[in-house]
Write a protein that binds this ligand. Structure first.
Ligand SMILES: O=C(O)CCC(=O)C(=O)O
Length: 287
């Protein structure tokens, strides 16, 4: 089986604010921080969330990418939240929940944690939860609003593969999008069909309950849930003028152009972008 050129990501125990800023935030280096959540209470469990929100109905997504005019925000089904939690605890499934905003859906959870004091200025409107079953995969992407993220995992284990923003060309990034060609199997890359993938260099990290992963702005992440579990992402919006301007462009210009073209052209637009990405990456590889 083919694999990417990946190094194990650095794991550290608690970190001071000054160290985090100088060693990771300023140089934009990802890191996994263990024990950062040790002082939080023991309520970060699926059972506790079920007791607070188990009677809600939640939208579920699977591993299949949206095709043609399908919206990426259109769920494959809806389910009772309590039943979904029972499902991911008892059997592997690819069904997942993304961007469950705590403030809107389960504000009681806001009482159950403290924002870590590591120098990131968190956007307090948007702490969000993500849930997945033992077969869930989150396609390779970076976040459209270019935040610095602290991604904290609970219950079960997950594998995260990270690539820096300078690897976009090697990953066959699709133009006007924040993901790469969705036919690429990130677990078994086809280096013959996609030769630039052979030049991609990244990091791999395994997360367990309570681990906090710092994902710097614009870093690609490809996530595999190894068991049923959930994570919380705390985001800090970009602070440099250049990144802030790029964020505004992504959210208000790029996304709207892409959505409009998709509505008009459907699958033809997706195929056109894919060919463009393919040609661009292969051209770079061959020069
Ligand atoms: O863990 C997940 O399910 C997705 C997380 C993610 O992509 C993010 O926080 O940007």
């Amino acid at each position: 089986m083919a694999t990417f050129d990946l190094r194990q990501l650095e794991r550290i125990q608690k970190v001071t604010k000054a160290d985090f800023i100088s060693r990771y935030y300023r140089p934009q280096q990802p890191v996994l921080i263990e024990n950062l959540t040790d002082t939080w209470n023991g309520k970060w469990t699926l059972n506790h969330i079920k007791s607070l929100a188990g009677d809600q109905t939640v939208p579920l997504y699977d591993n299949k990418p949206a095709q043609g005019k399908e919206s990426v925000y259109e769920p494959v089904m809806k389910m009772n939240f309590g039943k979904y939690i029972d499902l991911i605890k008892s059997e592997p499934t690819d069904l997942r929940i993304f961007f469950y905003t705590i403030k809107d859906h389960c504000p009681d959870l806001l009482e159950e944690f403290e924002y870590p004091d590591i120098g990131l200025k968190f956007f307090k409107r948007l702490p969000a939860l993500f849930f997945g079953g033992g077969q869930s995969k989150v396609f390779a992407h970076y976040d459209i609003d270019l935040p610095d993220n602290l991604h904290i995992h609970f219950e079960g284990n997950k594998r995260v593969v990270l690539f820096g923003p300078n690897q976009s060309k090697n990953l066959y990034k699709v133009p006007l999008s924040i993901h790469n060609i969705d036919k690429i199997d990130m677990d078994n890359p086809d280096f013959e069909r996609y030769p630039a993938l052979g030049h991609a260099q990244g990091f791999e990290v395994y997360m367990k309950h309570g681990d906090a992963l710092y994902i710097p702005s614009g870093w690609w992440h490809y996530i595999t849930y190894l068991d049923g579990g959930f994570s919380m992402t705390l985001r800090a919006l970009p602070r440099t003028p250049k990144r802030f301007a790029n964020m505004l462009y992504n959210v208000f210009v790029m996304r709207n152009i892409d959505n409009a073209m998709r509505k008009i052209k459907g699958q033809k637009w997706l195929d056109f972008k894919e060919q463009w990405a393919h040609r661009r990456a292969n051209r770079i590889t061959s020069t």
